[in-house]
Design a protein around this ligand. Structure first.
Ligand code: HEM
Length: 196
């Protein structure tokens, strides 16, 4: 877990800078763009994840964010187009745990974002901000359960050489997942000229 965090820190910072949701002057149309971009990634990604033999310990169905996104799109009268995913993303275990890491981790930043959405746009979990509300007050507990699952998976795979390769695959997968979010955001709102 520490390696995942450490080795994807740059991707997280880059994505955080690209998600314009913490601005004081945030508008509903700006938020709608971001929401559509997230839906265009999360829905196809979670479809792939659902096709994998995810261990019961992950309690996966309860971790799907698709229903929250669909509720938000419906509340705001939005649609979306699926974003093309890299061919191998979320198609094998345990690499796909890297994707799950990104999806689950986004519920942490989501706690700040959802407070901001409430304050500036008066949106909450029932009126268009369900996705970024994550698990609400249960978010910390859900994140701890997820990190426990990840640590157990690493321990179980701790045969010489193998755990290291597994973590490396997860890091690659997490980086690829961060990159898809960045690309989808770029597709709905191109970076200003001169920006990286
Ligand atoms: C404005 C946007 C965002 C803000 C302000 C933000 C902020 C944060 C914060 C405060 C944490 C907790 C850090 C900690 O406790 O150490 C966090 C963790 C995390 N966030 Fe974000 N985040 C944002 C967007 C995103 C997005 C869009 C994703 C992925 C799609 C994401 C993925 C993650 C991950 C994977 C972690 C877990 C890091 C770890 O502890 O291993 N974040 N974020």
């Amino acid at each position: 877990m520490e390696r995942l965090k450490h080795e994807t820190r740059a991707e997280h910072l880059a994505l955080e800078a690209r998600v314009p949701l913490m601005q004081p002057g945030l508008t509903v149309p700006q938020y709608a763009q971001v929401l559509r971009a997230f839906a265009s990634v999360v829905l196809p990604l979670e479809q792939r994840l659902a096709a994998l033999p995810l261990p019961d310990a992950l309690k996966y169905p309860a971790r799907r964010h698709t229903p929250a996104l669909q509720a938000d799109l419906a509340a705001l009268g939005l649609d979306f187009l699926p974003h093309p995913l890299p061919e191998t993303l979320a198609t094998s275990l345990p690499a796909a745990y890297g994707t799950l890491y990104v999806l689950e981790g986004s519920t942490l930043g989501g706690q700040l974002i959802s407070r901001h959405l409430k304050k500036h746009l008066n949106l909450d979990g029932t009126s268009g901000a369900a996705y970024f509300s994550g698990y609400g007050p249960d978010t910390g507990r859900q994140w701890r359960a997820f990190t426990q699952f990840m640590r157990d998976a690493e321990r179980e795979a701790a045969q010489p050489g193998w755990a290291d390769a597994m973590v490396q695959d997860m890091v690659q997968e997490a980086r690829a997942a961060f990159a898809v979010f960045a690309a989808a955001l770029l597709a709905v709102a191109p970076a200003p000229r001169g920006a990286a």
